[in-house]
Design a binder for this molecule. Structure first.
Ligand SMILES: Cc1cc2nc3c(=O)[nH]c(=O)nc-3n(C[C@H](O)[C@H](O)[C@H](O)COP(=O)(O)O)c2cc1C
Length: 142
């Protein structure tokens, strides 16, 4: 089975602490889970340091259509694709949209590894691996 996966980073329009953004994030997650499960898209959304990082995976058309909607959402800006590629399996198959929230530990790990990679514009793979790793630790996901 071939899966298309897209990873992007963006900046939250309300550049606020994650606690302040939480009602907005809850609304985004509710919509995402409803729409994504209907079209077979899975993935994860990470929110930290006023940024969103999202992985979307599924059939290419479904991922593309979802991304087109997200792209025009005024709740964020500066949307920048980190990677888009095919792979042989879904990485986030358990989640229509996993939420990878903020925490001091997460912020530290994000700053240590993938954020540095973002700055150097490396592939999204480091970010993807990082998100999967965090999504699998129940304390930081729901
Ligand atoms: C950071 C971010 C991530 C989002 N992720 C998704 C998503 O995974 N799936 C989705 O359907 N909508 C997502 N949205 C919301 C879409 O931009 C859009 O509001 C929504 O798809 C409209 O769906 P509706 O017509 O069912 O209300 C996201 C929005 C933001 C700001």
């Amino acid at each position: 089975m071939t899966v298309y996966s897209l990873v992007y980073v963006s900046r939250a329009a309300d550049d606020a602490a994650v606690e302040t953004l939480m009602p907005q994030i809850e609304a985004i997650l509710a919509t995402s889970r409803r729409n994504n499960s209907a079209c077979g898209v899975t993935g994860a959304l990470l929110v930290t340091e006023g940024r969103f990082v999202q992985v979307l995976e599924g059939e290419r058309d479904a991922v593309q259509a979802t991304y087109e909607r997200i792209l025009h959402d005024s709740r964020h800006a500066e949307v920048d694709i980190l990677s888009s590629q095919y792979s042989d399996r879904r990485r986030f198959k358990e989640w229509s949209m996993a939420f990878v929230g903020d925490s001091p530990a997460l912020r530290q790990r994000f700053a240590d590894a993938p954020l540095a990679a973002l700055g150097r514009r490396q592939t999204g793979d480091a970010v993807l691996d990082f998100m999967l790793d965090v999504a699998r630790s129940p304390a930081e996901t729901y």
